[in-house]
Design a protein around this ligand. Structure first.
Ligand code: AMP
Length: 293
């Protein structure tokens, strides 16, 4: 496993990969890898043959008072997991390498970055799109892989790549879950045993919403109220938002008549967890859960 700490070193390594005529798949992460991350790497291996990942806990996407400092990190374990998933090299830059002195350029997807998670985490998505754009410029992959778990991030990156005419292909892959349905996340390590039990309520409330839509309930307010009641029933849970939105514009939908995204963010103790469900409308008017975006 190659650990590439500088941009220069990385470009040199990638020139070698390209010289062998291989295409390049790229998986950006913040590390502390779990099955969700590994599913992206395995797909990258299968589709491109030579996956490279990055591990970079990006300070600019954390707000003041957020968990940047205590975000879990374990490079040695990550190396082992990534290697098993077929990864050959890890781009592992320092903060200084990514943001040298007098760094001043930022990119923002207007509008979409200020809603849902963006409303409670001002500046978060500007940090995300800026670092993803930088990473894509550094690595110049053929395909980059992202998870549906962070659905707003996926929507924004798709939009940025389209708006800026970037040639990299973006693949969004399904959310990998624990046995009880909890979406895997590096932040799940923050949960105590009681909190871990409560955390499953995010998934369960989405399941409830899905059942309501399937039984012809189309009023978003009703569905959101039912989800709120469920989440509030858990002692350690505090709702940040629960929303039903259009999957392209991320604008609230009042009456469900086409494809919708059900998304929520809930504090479970000190962990802010997110989850979502994408309901697509079939030609016959019925709805089904889509694992693609
Ligand atoms: P992170 O390290 O949290 O920044 O995540 C890196 C990538 O892995 C992002 O594209 C995430 O959407 C994706 N990811 C995180 N958790 C999951 C999961 N449970 N299932 C699928 N993809 C995930």
């Amino acid at each position: 496993m190659k650990i590439l700490r500088t941009i220069k070193q990385t470009r040199k390594y990638l020139a070698g990969v390209r010289a062998e005529g291989r295409s390049l798949g790229f998986v950006p992460t913040m590390g502390y890898l779990h099955e969700g991350h590994l599913s992206l790497m395995r797909r990258a291996k299968k589709e491109t043959g030579s996956p490279l990942i990055s591990i970079f806990v990006n300070p600019t996407q954390f707000g003041p008072g957020e968990d940047y400092r205590r975000y879990p990190r374990d490079l040695k374990q990550d190396e082992r997991s990534a290697e098993e998933a077929g990864v050959e090299a890890i781009f592992y830059p320092s903060v200084k390498e990514m943001y040298p002195e007098n760094y001043s350029t930022r990119v923002e997807v207007a509008g979409l970055s200020g809603v849902l998670c963006g409303a409670s985490r001002p500046g978060h998505f500007r940090g995300v799109t800026t670092v993803v754009l930088k990473l894509l410029n550094i690595i110049d992959p053929d395909v980059a892989y992202f998870g549906r778990k962070d659905v707003q991030q996926a929507v924004l990156i798709n939009r940025m790549v389209r708006d800026l005419n970037m040639k990299c292909k973006i693949r969004i892959l399904p959310t990998v879950r624990e046995k009880d349905g909890l979406a895997m996340s590096s932040r799940n390590t923050y949960l105590s045993q009681d909190e871990r039990e409560d955390a499953v309520i995010l998934y369960q409330s989405l399941q409830k919403a899905q059942a309501m839509v399937k039984s012809e309930i189309r009023d978003s307010k009703k569905i959101i109220s039912a989800m709120r009641r469920m989440v509030k029933g858990r002692k350690t849970a505090r709702i940040d938002y629960i929303a039903i939105v259009d999957p392209v514009k991320l604008a609230p939908v009042r009456k469900i008549s086409g494809d919708v995204l059900l998304a929520l963010a809930v504090w479970i103790g000190k962990a802010r967890l997110i989850d979502n469900l994408f309901l697509k409308k079939k030609r016959d008017g019925r709805f089904f859960v889509s694992y693609r975006l």
